[in-house]
Design a protein around this ligand. Sequence first.
Ligand SMILES: Cc1cc2nc3c(=O)[nH]c(=O)nc-3n(C[C@H](O)[C@H](O)[C@H](O)COP(=O)(O)O)c2cc1C
Length: 344
Amino acid sequence: MANLKTSYLGLKLKNPLIAGSSGLTNSIDNIKELAKNGVGAIIIKSIFEEQINVETEYVIKNEEGDIKVLTQAPGTMLGRRVHDYAEAYAYIYDFARRNTLGKYLDFLREAKKAVDIPVIASVNCVSNNNWQAFSKKIEETGVDALELNIYILPSDWRRSIEDNENVYFDIIKEIRSYTNLPLSVKIGYYFSALAQSVQKLSKTGVKGIVLFNRPYNTDFDIEKIKVSSGSILSTETEYNHTLRWISILSGNVDCDLSASTGVHSWETFVKQLLAGATTVQIASVLYKNGFDIIPEILNKTASWMKKHNFENVDTFRGKLSMSKMENPAAIERVQFMKLYSEIE
Ligand SMILES: Cc1cc2nc3c(=O)[nH]c(=O)nc-3n(C[C@H](O)[C@H](O)[C@H](O)COP(=O)(O)O)c2cc1C
């Protein structure tokens, strides 16, 4: 079989296919099965910043850098808009109590023991409020890296572009002062200057950036005339957006890029690598097709590599990256005009 070995976040992976964070990476049996089926690494289901903060005891650093243990009265740090609503707070508090931090740390330890591939912890966060010291505890479990899923929907009218974008940098800076774990940042689509922001993030010492998180999708129920939620699973046509940005950013950033969203087949896996992705994360296709899709993606990729005489992944990774173009939008504009004017 062709050599698919890859280095990601400074870790050695036997191949670039990663089981992305989801409900499927929340059980030891699944983690063992995912590893058995051949994934290169596993990202554990995220713990939420709110869960960490609602737990009563946490540690902070004061301005002099002294570490202090605080007993946190629930609700005192919940300054953000979503938490202004009693219902949201009650949900978060109850959720946190049912999913304790101790359980998460035990789970990480167990996951690490269960498989011999890299295990990456994950925290879903929206602010730089208090929770960061927990990253030290995550490091102590022996996991190989930490993925920060920074989920900011820039919908708060009170917050400027700078307010929203500074959060990413503040979180990374703070986390880096607590842990030496290799860090990756999983981001959403919403930046005012995505290319420049990702490039700046890549210079903060993070080892990888994951493009993109799948946001909660809003939908409407037109019979009940109510807001409802859109599909949580992606479809196989949703990979293009990630493909475009991996291709634009590859070669222009100082860290690894991991492609996420809409990869459902070996062909789209190969496309993301051609665009320049260091690794590719899958979630929805595991729910839809089961874990057999993993060997299928890997075997068919190996056959494709053999057919094209690519001995290892580095020989074709980034071959279709746009890194040599100064402004890919201009080229896209011409293609767009051509395509639209040809269709009658
Ligand atoms: C049921 C489900 C749960 C998820 N939970 C998490 C999570 O806890 N943390 C996270 O960073 N991403 C989570 N994700 C997002 C996936 O990791 C992934 O980024 C997204 O689904 C897009 O990839 P896909 O098209 O392969 O599904 C979840 C996805 C699904 C479908």
